[in-house]
Design a protein. Structure first.
Ligand code: ACO
Length: 365
C-alpha cells in the first residue's frame, strides 16, 4: 500500500471538465469561465452551463427557463410531507427527507437514460427553492406561497420565503449567491455523491448523499456557523475578544480557511462586495463592519501564530449577505444547497458518462 494522505489532501481522484480551481492564484472557473464573470449572468444560464457543458444561446435559455418555471410547483402530496416533520436547529434534515419523498412522485426516478436524467435534473433545480421556502414558512406557522413565474430563480425564492417582491439589489444578491455556490470541483459533498453515482445509484439518491455531506460544520454547515458567530459577537468591538477566546480554546472559527485556496477565495471577494452594497442599501452596516473586523483580526492573528494569513472562505461573506436578506441561520445550509444542486447534477452526469465504481483501499492496522 502507498502512503496515506489523511483527508485525501492533494489526491487527484478523477478528471473533470466541470470546474477548475487554482488555489494559489485564487482562480475558479466553471466550464472554463471565471466565476466573477458568471456572477453577472442569471442562475438559469449558469445552471444550464454546468449541466449541459456550454452556455445556452438566447432561444435555448428561454426554453430552459420556461421548463424550470413549469417545474417549480410541487406535487400536491408534498404539502403534507413538508408539514409532517418539524425542524429544529437545521432545516437541512427536513430538506433531505423532502427530496427523498419527492423522488417517489417522479415517474422517471428509476429510468437512467440521458433524457430522463435531464428531466430529473430540471425538476430538482426547479423544486429545491420551492421546498426550502415552504419548509421555512411551515416552521414559522404561515401558509407556504406558490411560485411567481414573473420572477427569476433567485427573486422567486425570496418571494416564496417572505411573500414580498424583493428589491433589485436583494434579487441580485440571491441570484449571485446561487451562482457562486453552484459548483466547486471535488468538495466533500460532490465527492460523496460521485461515489453514489459510481455505483449506478439514481440521481435522487446521489443528491441526497450530497445533502447529507453538505450539512457538516466543516463544509456547508459553516455558513450557519458564521451567522451564529455574528449573532454572538454582536458588535465590532467584541470581535477581538471573540477570536482570542476561540483560539485559546483551540476551536475553529467558522468561515475561515480552505483545503485548496491558499489565498483569497474568488467567491468570497464577490460576496464581500454584495454584502457591502446591501448593508449600505439597508442603512445598517453593523453585520458588514463586524465581518470586516473579524477578517482583519484573523488575517493578522494567523500571521503571528502560523507565519501566514488565513482568508475568509465562501461561507463567510455569504453569511453576511443572508443576514441582510433576513434568512434565518437554520435555513442557511438549505439555501446553499439550492445553488449547489446544479453542480451536483453535473458531477453525477459526468460520473455516469464515463463510469468506474469508486472503491479505494484502506490500510489495516
Ligand atoms: N479557525 C481556526 N483554525 C483554523 C481554521 C479556522 N477556521 N482553519 C484552519 N485552522 C488551523 C487548523 O486548526 C490547523 O491547525 P493545526 O495544524 O495546528 O492543527 C491548520 O489551520 C490547518 O487546518 P486544517 O483544518 O488541517 O485544514 P484542512 O485543509 O484540513 O481544513 C477546513 C480546511 C475544514 C475548511 C478548515 O479550514 C476549517 O475547519 N475551517 C472552518 C470551517 C469552515 O469554514 N468550513 C467551510 C469550508 S468552505 C466549504 O466547505 C463550503
Amino acid at each position: 500500500m502507498g502512503d496515506i494522505k489523511k483527508g485525501l489532501e492533494g489526491v487527484v481522484a478523477l478528471d473533470t471538465s466541470i470546474s477548475f480551481i487554482d488555489g494559489l492564484q485564487g482562480i475558479l472557473k466553471y466550464r472554463g469561465i471565471e466565476v466573477e464573470h458568471l456572477a453577472e449572468m442569471s442562475y438559469d444560464a449558469v445552471s444550464y452551463l454546468l449541466i449541459n457543458g456550454i452556455l445556452p444561446d438566447e432561444q435555448e435559455l428561454t426554453d430552459y427557463s420556461s421548463r424550470l418555471k413549469n417545474e417549480r410547483f410541487l406535487h400536491h402530496n408534498m404539502a403534507d410531507v413538508l408539514k409532517i416533520c418539524e425542524f429544529g436547529i437545521e432545516s437541512l434534515d427536513l430538506l433531505r427527507t423532502a427530496i427523498s419523498c419527492s423522488a417517489h412522485f417522479d415517474t422517471e426516478k428509476d429510468i437512467h437514460s440521458p433524457e430522463a436524467n435531464i428531466n430529473k435534473a430540471i425538476r430538482l433545480v426547479a423544486k429545491f427553492p420551492t421546498m426550502v421556502a415552504a419548509l421555512e414558512r411551515n416552521r414559522i406557522g404561515v401558509e407556504p406561497i406558490g411560485p411567481n413565474n414573473d420572477l427569476s430563480h433567485g427573486a422567486n425564492f425570496l418571494y416564496m420565503l417572505t411573500g414580498r417582491i424583493p428589491t433589485d439589489l436583494e434579487a441580485e444578491a440571491i441570484e449571485k449567491d446561487f451562482i457562486l455556490s453552484a459548483e466547486h470541483e471535488l468538495n466533500p459533498s460532490t465527492f460523496s455523491l460521485r461515489i453514489a453515482a459510481s455505483t449506478l445509484s439514481d440521481l435522487y439518491s446521489a443528491i441526497i448523499c450530497g445533502l447529507c455531506t453538505l450539512k457538516g460544520p466543516l463544509h456547508g454547515g459553516a455558513r450557519k456557523g458564521v451567522m451564529d458567530m455574528l449573532d454572538e459577537v454582536i458588535s465590532p468591538d467584541n470581535a477581538e475578544n471573540y477570536i482570542q477566546d476561540k483560539i485559546s480554546k483551540k476551536e475553529k472559527i467558522m468561515g475561515f480557511g480552505h483545503r485548496v485556496y491558499k489565498t483569497y477565495d474568488p467567491r468570497a471577494q464577490v460576496y464581500k462586495d454584495i454584502a457591502r452594497r446591501i448593508s449600505l442599501e439597508n442603512g445598517d452596516t453593523v453585520w458588514y463592519d463586524m465581518a470586516e473586523k473579524l477578517e482583519h483580526i484573523m488575517y493578522h492573528e494567523f500571521i503571528e501564530l502560523r507565519g501566514k494569513p488565513i482568508y475568509p472562505n465562501v461561507d463567510f461573506y455569504s453569511a453576511v449577505v443572508y443576514k441582510y436578506l433576513d434568512i434565518p441561520s437554520e435555513l442557511a445550509t438549505s439555501v446553499f444547497a439550492i445553488g449547489r444542486v446544479s453542480g451536483w447534477i453535473a458531477h453525477c452526469l459526468e460520473q455516469y458518462s464515463d463510469n468506474r465504481v469508486i472503491r479505494p483501499r484502506a490500510n489495516f492496522v
